[in-house]
Design a protein around this ligand. Structure first.
Ligand SMILES: [Zn+2]
Length: 389
């Protein structure tokens, strides 16, 4: 059995709507995947993700889970799905980005990366082989290769060195992944009877803002051969125009018959713009992280819930949103919860934000299928300028 099946059923320009079938079910694309860093999508229960929000795939994080609780604990629990009580699909990242972004990095060698744990300062070593072993033990349905991310402003020379290292690590990731699949290292397969297929492995295109290096990276990655392809190393401090230049150049050159995943991006309007350039999958911490800091994403722009202007405002966060928070609570109440330091503020704002991201993607899929995507894209962007009013 193939680990993944991907069928595109409608197109609008470069935008694609389709269905991705993993061993744990069917996912309509374009899809936004909520981020569950440490085995939890912060601030929301799995019941809400499953039923009300209808999220079919979430992310787990290799770096964080490897350091705590550790792979032995998760293996003993029968894999990450069982450990956390989630039956939907799981994608795990490779850990490379966290080592880089947490500034914990000590040394990069051909072999891998040495870094200090952000938890206890202990010296750790992560390599393509270690990352594949950890992701096999987690039993995720989609595994990411171990890559290196060059800074957004890196020189051509520095980026080229990093991009070629990523290509060599991609090959080593693939070899280690294939070996682990044969040896039965995948706990998701072993522990869940009746599942067809093995884990899927995605390659990652790097090359920062240099289009020639991006194209070279894509070619090297496609030559190795993966079940899907990601664009990594964007939204790391570069100008937004450069980010879209890279997506516009690279996404349409990626293989057409497998999923294209833009890692770590972005706001709802970024997602729509990337879909228009041919991307199928997204993840980002914005809806959950900003929910915890009092910021709501709405169809009329971002709304800062702590502002005094909402003190007596009986309207919901978003009058066009059908989520349970918007059906029940007012801006005045949410502002009160937030300014009082009540934990329910984070919970409700996270719920609404995720509902808004997932609803937006539902709207995107419908618009591509009905042929109205250009109109949807234009109207969505126009409404955002209202600052919540
Ligand atoms: Zn809502």
């Amino acid at each position: 059995m193939n680990p993944l099946d991907f069928k595109i059923d409608a197109k609008s320009g470069e935008a694609r709507a389709g269905v991705l079938t993993t061993r744990r079910g069917r996912i309509e694309t374009p899809v936004f995947m909520p981020v569950g860093t440490a085995g939890t999508v912060k601030g929301i229960r799995f019941e809400a993700l499953e039923s009300e929000l209808d999220a079919n795939i979430i992310l787990g994080n290799t770096y964080h889970l490897w350091l705590r609780p550790g792979i032995d604990v998760i293996k003993a629990a029968g894999g990450l799905h069982r450990f956390m009580g989630w039956n939907g699909a799981l994608l795990t990242d490779s850990g490379g980005f966290q080592v880089w972004s947490l500034g914990a990095l000590r040394k990069i060698t051909e072999e891998g990366t040495e870094f200090r744990s952000h938890l206890d300062g202990s010296l750790r070593f992560l390599s393509p082989e270690v990352s594949m072993e950890v992701q096999a033990a987690l039993g995720s349905d989609i595994v990411m290769v171990f890559d290196e991310c060059a800074p957004g402003e890196a020189s051509h020379e520095e980026t080229e060195r990093s991009m070629n290292l990523t290509a060599r690590w991609a090959k080593r990731s693939k070899d280690a992944f294939d070996r682990l699949q044969t040896e039965g290292g995948d706990t998701g397969q072993i522990e869940s009877e009746g599942l067809s297929g093995a884990q899927a492995l995605f390659g990652i295109v790097q090359g920062a803002g240099h289009l020639d290096l991006r194209r070279n990276s894509l070619e090297q990655t496609v030559n190795i051969g993966f079940d899907g392809y990601a664009i990594g190393g964007l939204s790391v401090g570069e100008e937004k125009s450069l980010m879209f230049e890279v997506i516009e150049d690279i996404a349409p050159r990626m293989p057409r018959d497998v999923p294209r995943y833009l890692m770590g991006v972005g706001t709802p309007e970024d997602l729509i713009e990337a879909v228009a350039r041919g991307v199928d999958m997204f993840d980002c911490v914005l809806p959950t992280r900003n929910g915890r800091t009092g910021q709501a994403f709405t169809s009329r722009g971002k709304l800062n819930v702590k502002n005094a202007q909402w003190m007596n405002d009986t309207r919901p966060l978003d009058e066009s949103c059908g989520c349970s928070v918007c059906r029940r609570h007012s801006r005045a109440y949410l502002r009160h919860l937030y300014t009082s330091g009540e934990m329910l503020a984070s919970i409700l704002l996270t719920h609404h934000n995720l509902a808004f991201f997932l609803d937006t993607m539902r709207g995107v899929r419908q618009a591509i299928r009905s042929g109205d995507f250009p109109k949807f894209r234009r109207e969505f962007t126009e409404r955002l300028d209202a600052n919540g009013e």
